[in-house]
Every structure is written in structure tokens, then in C-alpha cells.
Design a protein. Structure first.
Length: 94
């Protein structure tokens, strides 16, 4: 493990605009220079508006993945885990 731990916070979502923004605000309030993190959002609602994600998308630590079909929270979490380990995360949180 490196001296700076790398953590991925994975959140599958299905039309939860308020919840995602609130979660992001909570994560950045706990930001520490001793921890590298990514917030991975798996949007499981391919036909919904994702305009609410525009507010947090410019943060380079936020990764937004859009499923092409609704696949449910379990497979969405697994997709998030794959993305997290591709980014080099050492631990994941949901």
C-alpha cells in the first residue's frame, strides 16, 4: 500500500438528483491531502436527464459512467469496482 491511500467511493444511482449532490458535498467536506479518492457514479437510468451531474462533473476526481440499459444496483456496483481498480484504487466504499 502506498503512503497515500487511494479510495474509491462507488454510488449506483437511478434518478436521485438530490442524493448524489448531497453525497458529493459530504465527501468534499471530508477531503484530506493524505487520502487520494475518486467518486464513481454509476448512472443506471439511461433515459433520464443527467443535467444534475454537470455541477460535479468538472471535478477530476468524479467519474460518471452511464449504463446503456437499466442493469440494477448489484451489477452497477460491480461495474464501479472494475472502474475503481482500473484507476488504481486500493479500497472501495459504497
Amino acid at each position: 500500500m502506498s503512503t497515500t491511500p487511494h479510495i474509491a467511493i462507488i454510488t449506483p444511482t437511478y434518478q436521485r438528483e438530490v442524493g448524489i449532490k448531497s453525497l458529493y458535498d459530504s465527501i468534499i467536506c471530508q477531503d484530506s491531502p493524505r487520502i487520494k479518492w475518486h467518486f464513481i457514479i454509476i448512472n443506471d437510468s439511461p433515459d433520464s436527464s443527467t443535467a444534475f451531474l454537470e455541477d460535479i462533473a468538472p471535478d477530476s476526481r468524479v467519474i460518471i459512467h452511464h449504463n446503456t440499459t437499466n442493469i440494477g444496483p448489484l451489477i452497477s456496483r460491480n461495474t464501479g469496482i472494475e472502474i475503481a481498480f482500473e484507476l488504481g484504487a486500493e479500497a472501495v466504499a459504497f
